[in-house]
Design a binder for this molecule. Structure first.
Ligand SMILES: [Zn+2]
Length: 648
């Protein structure tokens, strides 16, 4: 007799590894679309038994999510042919999703469940699924007339293509400057060693983060920093200027056809913040709260800059990191070049796993590449265990390469559905392969916060609530809260060691934290200048996005706009977050509030960490974010912790 299968848990997705990715990607997408169509057919068969209909609808949504995750391959696959195929398939998937959203027969079946049928067969989750599904249908325009729906269909298709163009133009446009070796003065030894002159005697510095970030932080040569900043701020210029204008126009028209005054009004209807006006108010409120502090801080930077250049009367954007670093070194006794010696990449990656494993009660088991079948040698895969059971798989793709996504983000590979499919997520980052800046360590913790959220919230029944499925302006709260662990001396002591095996001294971490206080105002106003671009670009039409962006920079930031820069072209969030870049600061307000429940002297205290895990993360989208936070804190969220943090 064959052994009884005592573990009905699903297995990870079988990736092709060294096999034929083109065929695999096409097949998987095709199969999932077919499955979705079949399940939608069952829904439309017209049963009036709500649980029966919703089970089929859930299967359809699961298959659609699986098909949508084809977009991942456009961002990470080393083979350009696979990336192109993924873009093309994504268009087909989104076309299907648009069709579904405008399908009146399908909507009628689901709507009838509410109006006529007996809903007592549905539990609270089932009712919420139905309520949110119907809301999404209305937001797609299903109840509009034929002509409007035709136009919405066109706009949606156009928007998908424009989004892809916008992302591709950024991904494929790595710029560089070429400088004489002596212009690397100030850069760490390992950086200089990795940047030997080419045959013509010049060194190439690209806009990829591991090249760019140390350079603008440490390079003494202001003109070289200026050149590199200009290169970075011209990525995807001019191509993306028109793409963005077209995308903004599509969004404006979409919102207007759906009966909203503006895209932000449409967008915020399903966010915590609620209205477009509330976004504008929030940006101003934060800007106002941080203004004075930012002005003081820029004064300190200017004073330090005048030591080098007595005639200086402003601090440029490309001076900001450099002089902040100098101020931290000279006035706070924190030398970034010393700090980074404690953060060799592999040690940090393992340290992160150990820390988060301990915090959330998770086990990470490495999966060899032969078994994981991933797309590149540098991808590290792990099974996620909870109480001895595998609950997911993660993949860490953390270094830059040609044609890869240029920023840092978590991508869904598989949404977890109990008994059907294991959650799988991918971190896509661009870190240094050798020593990491502490900033990078913080970013790694941040992105890992999304990944843990995705896996822990992938243990339920409903596709709609699986993973990072809360209101979108809450999603940066768990990630920003996890950053706190990368600032704690006890936590860092578990993995931050230099070559000689010396652990990072607690006094150094204390100094880093004091130094981090410096620049908080600058950070807040700079964030608001990005948030203002994101919001105001969407709030109404503007002929010249460069000029308007500069105007917003002058209004919110303390750094003057950089002449000749076109940062909006490479500002990927304008696509992904549209008018919602405020999300980061809004989520930070919530993150600071969530963090107030933890004991700062013992960040590993199990009771609070596990309560947070179960009441917030594991819930996914099963409740409104405000309710999740209130369940955990025992009270509604407030601005108090954030305001105290800003004033510290
Ligand atoms: Zn994030």
């Amino acid at each position: 007799m064959p052994p009884v299968d005592t573990d009905p848990r699903p297995v990870p997705l079988l990736l092709p590894g060294a096999g034929d990715w083109l065929a695999w990607v096409a097949q998987r997408c095709h199969d999932q679309l077919e499955e979705a169509q079949q399940q939608v057919g069952l829904v439309k068969a017209g049963s009036s038994d709500a649980p029966v209909v919703l089970v089929a609808w859930n299967k359809a949504e699961t298959a659609i999510a699986n098909a949508e995750s084809v977009a991942l391959w456009a961002e990470v696959h080393p083979d350009a042919a696979v990336r192109d195929l993924a873009d093309e398939l994504s268009q087909q998937v989104q076309k299907y999703v648009t069709e579904l959203g405008l399908d009146r027969d399908l909507y009628a079946v689901l709507d009838r469940l509410v109006t006529s049928a007996d809903l007592s067969g549905l539990d609270a989750d089932g009712r919420r699924v139905l309520e949110h599904t119907l809301r999404d249908f209305r937001r797609a325009g299903v109840d509009r007339d034929d002509a409007t729906r035709d136009r919405l269909r066109e706009l949606s298709e156009r928007s998908v293509k424009l989004s892809q163009d916008f992302g591709r133009n950024i991904r494929d446009d790595v710029r560089s400057i070429r400088v004489a070796p002596e212009r690397l003065e100030g850069l760490p030894e390992d950086y200089r060693a990795a940047h030997a002159p080419d045959e013509d005697g010049l060194v190439t510095i690209t806009t990829d983060y591991p090249d760019l970030v140390p350079f603008i932080t440490f390079a003494v040569d202001a003109e070289a920093r200026h050149e590199l900043a200009l290169a970075q701020n011209n990525v995807a210029w001019p191509a993306n200027d028109q793409v963005l204008q077209d995308l903004l126009a599509v969004r404006r028209e979409t919102a207007s056809l759906l009966g909203h005054d503006s895209w932000p009004d449409y967008d915020t209807e399903v966010k915590m913040i609620g209205t477009g006006q509330a976004v504008a108010d929030f940006i101003d409120r934060v800007g106002e709260a941080a203004k004075e502090r930012a002005a003081e801080e820029v004064g300190v930077l200017l004073e330090r800059k005048r030591v080098d250049d007595p005639s200086a009367d402003t601090v440029a954007t490309y001076d900001s990191r450099y002089y902040s670093e100098l101020v931290r070194r000279e006035q706070y006794d924190v030398d970034g070049q010393v700090v980074r010696t404690y953060f060799p990449f592999e040690q940090v990656r393992q340290g992160l796993l150990d820390v988060t494993g301990r915090l959330f009660g998770l086990e990470w088991t490495p999966v060899p590449r032969e078994d994981a079948g991933t797309w590149h040698d540098e991808v590290a895969s792990y099974d996620v265990g909870l109480d001895g059971t595998r609950i997911g798989r993660i993949h860490l793709d953390l270094h830059p390469r040609e044609g890869k996504f240029k920023h840092a983000a978590q991508f869904d590979m598989v949404k977890g559905i109990a008994g059907q499919q294991l959650p799988e997520g991918v971190l896509v980052c661009n870190f240094n392969r050798g020593l990491m800046e502490h900033d990078e360590v913080v970013t790694l913790f941040h992105e890992f916060g999304h990944l843990v959220h995705h896996v822990l919230a992938g243990q339920g029944e409903w596709a709609r609530f699986s993973g990072v499925a809360t209101e979108w302006d809450f999603v940066e709260a768990p990630s920003q809260m996890l950053e706190e662990w990368a600032w704690d001396a006890d936590v860092l002591a578990t993995f931050a060691r230099d070559e000689a095996g010396e652990t990072i001294p607690a006094e150094l971490v204390a100094a880093m934290r004091r130094a981090e206080q410096f620049g908080k105002g600058l950070y807040a106003v700079q964030q608001m200048s990005y948030a203002a671009r994101s919001y105001w670009f969407h709030a109404g039409p503007h002929d010249d996005l460069t000029a308007y962006g500069d105007e917003l920079q002058r209004r919110y930031s303390v750094f003057p706009p950089l002449e000749g820069a076109h940062m909006h072209c490479a500002f990927g969030h304008l696509d992904g977050y549209s008018s919602g870049y405020y999300t980061y600061m809004w989520s930070l307000v919530i993150a600071k509030d969530l963090f107030s429940a933890f004991d700062r002297d013992d960040l590993f205290a199990a009771d609070v960490a596990l309560a947070y895990r179960d009441k917030v993360l594991a819930m996914g989208g099963r409740k409104d974010a405000a309710d999740l936070v209130a369940d955990f804190l025992g009270r509604p969220y407030s601005f108090d912790s954030w305001a105290a943090w800003l004033a510290e």
